[in-house]
Design a protein. Structure first.
Length: 559
């Protein structure tokens, strides 16, 4: 990632960075900064994870520290190698490098087991025969204390024997657990003798069938942090109530103790970030997969054409806070638009073609006109676009009987063709059955080449166009929000979230466009070449429109 890591002087200001600056000032942790990003490999990452990735790797870079990528692979029944590889790809795509610091919680299974034995020997853990439902019922409520398990008073010797036999596979799945012995009357339910290990016969993607007992997240996470020497264990607010348990395990084991710090997770308007519900969308085939461009997954937005720089910029703009809030999706789209405006070449394409015949243009003539590749970057140069007697324009750019404030093409009206000439509508051809316009006849003024009239006459509209004989045909996919509301009821799914237009026409320069290449279709928005595009089938995904909804949001906030 293009980031200067030689200084700790950061213009960013938030409570996490202030904690780290104070730790460095006092020499805590030997003035080290070591963070980690610890995803569970049970699904694809989404835009909310991008905030955590940028925060953990970004802080490490800012303070000349290190950041690990560690997989919390403690539940093999839901984990897959596919998810591991997708997560690594996502982190790399965002511009971050864990170098040689790729770890797995499963790397530490043996050490975790030994630590569990130590807790049993101290009388701080016991084997419990209650079922999951019984444990839940015994736990109590926010206003009522829990009940102690009948097995809580087992001797150390009996617990050591049972735990060893749990590991050896002598007992059925779910029949026994290892629980921490803390306080069943604690006001924090997480401290009411939480489960540390459960029996689960499932093949692990790394350890195979070596283990039939697996540690729970709260137990595995703090120990993994400790083993790796993490200084600042940064996580989202839902783990705030788990912090006393994080501290309890490390204190009872008397091992190195990182500091857990919680921040507000990302919530986006009209976007669902629940992994469970995203899995449901994939399994129920409401989308084409985890990388469907309508999905808020990093794979999905990458396929849609978002850029890593735009996502990093978005994460920086929203900042880090202690209180949950909802960020308007328009801000994310603004960041994408802002980045692509600087980097995407301009081209012309017509989504819904309407044929235009220039009656006074020579039949066999074709000429090349110069067009600007990107007005924001003169260094991107110019390109040639062919012009001929027959063109395509957008169906919406012509009206036989135009309403007020419609300044585009109509009978008797003159408009400018981008980079080309002034044309004037002299007649229309309509479908006999539907009455729809199917062809427009126009004349052109050869003195207006380049888009300006020698007599300085003005027109009120400039249209994009494509030369019909030279055009390439493409399929264009227009994406909208997957949900009508943030509510995830299937009834709230947006049935119009995808529109496929199969007979679009584009200028010939796009014929060889490579997968992932991004363009601005003038007047239409930003588009990228879809992964399933090929030489015989050119396909574009619309990344974002040209319309800036974020400007409206900001204007409304100021009023």
């Amino acid at each position: 990632m293009e980031k200067d890591t030689s200084t700790t002087d950061s213009s960013r200001a938030d409570f996490i960075r202030e904690i780290i600056k104070e730790d460095l000032r006092t020499g805590k942790n030997d003035s080290r900064v070591h963070t980690r990003f610890p995803p569970e490999p049970n699904g694809y990452l989404h835009i909310g994870h991008a905030k955590s990735i940028c925060l953990n790797f970004g802080i490490a870079a800012e303070f000349n520290g290190l950041c690990n990528l560690r997989f919390d692979d403690t539940n093999p029944s839901k984990e897959e190698v596919e998810y591991v590889e997708s997560i690594k790809e996502d982190v790399r795509w965002l511009g971050f490098d864990w170098q040689d610091r790729l770890y797995y919680a499963s790397d530490y299974f043996e050490q975790m087991y030994e630590y569990a034995v130590q807790l049993i020997q101290k009388g701080k853990a016991y084997v419990c025969d209650l079922s999951a439902d019984e444990i839940r019922n015994y736990r109590g409520t926010l206003t009522e204390p829990g009940q102690e398990s009948p097995n809580r008073s087992r001797s150390v010797e009996e617990n050591l024997d049972l735990f060893k036999r749990m590991r050896a596979g002598e007992f059925p799945d779910g029949s026994r657990t290892l629980r921490a012995k803390i306080d069943m009357a604690s006001g924090n339910i997480n401290m009411r003798d939480p489960v540390m290990y459960r029996i689960l016969r499932a093949e692990h993607h790394r350890t195979g069938n070596k283990w039939c007992i697996y540690p729970m997240y709260d137990y595995a996470h703090c120990i993994s942090d400790s083993i790796e020497g993490i200084t600042h264990s940064i996580c989202t607010l839902e783990f705030e109530d788990h912090r006393p348990l994080y501290d309890w395990f490390l204190n009872e084991l008397n091992i190195y103790h990182p500091q857990q710090i919680e921040f507000a997770r990302l919530n986006l308007s009209r976007t669902v970030l629940s992994k469970r519900k995203l899995i449901g969308l994939v399994n129920e085939k409401q989308v084409t997969g985890w990388d469907d461009p309508r999905m808020p997954t990093i794979a999905g937005i990458r396929r849609r054409g978002y850029t890593p720089a735009a996502v990093r910029n978005f994460c920086e703009r929203i900042g880090v806070a202690k209180r949950d809030s909802v960020v308007d999706t328009a801000l994310l789209e603004y960041c994408v638009r802002e980045d692509l405006n600087k980097s995407a070449p301009r081209v012309m394409a017509v989504l819904r073609p309407l044929k235009v015949v220039i009656t006074n243009y020579p039949d066999n003539k074709a000429e090349e006109l110069e067009a600007v590749n990107n007005p924001e970057d003169p260094g991107m140069g110019m390109r040639k676009v062919p012009f001929s007697k027959t063109l395509y324009i957008e169906q919406d750019d012509c009206r036989e009987d135009p309403p007020k404030q419609f300044f585009r093409l109509a009978p008797g009206r003159e408009v400018r063709l981008r980079y080309a000439y002034f044309i004037k509508c002299t007649g229309v051809v309509k479908d006999e059955k539907t009455g729809e316009l199917i062809e427009i006849h126009c004349t052109y003024d050869p003195e207006t080449r380049g888009g300006d009239a020698p007599d300085k006459r003005k027109v009120k509209a400039t249209l994009h166009w494509v030369s019909a004989p030279h055009a390439v045909t493409a399929e264009v996919r227009l994406y909208d929000h997957l949900f009508l509301k943030t509510d995830t009821d299937s009834a709230d799914l947006n049935s119009n979230s995808l529109e496929k237009i199969k007979s679009c026409k584009a200028e010939p320069s796009l014929a060889g466009a490579k997968t992932g290449a991004r363009f601005q279709f003038e007047r239409l928005g930003y588009f990228c070449v879809a992964p399933d595009s090929s030489a015989g089938k050119l396909v574009f995904n619309r990344t974002v429109t040209l319309k800036d909804e974020w400007a409206k949001v900001q204007k409304g906030q100021k009023q």
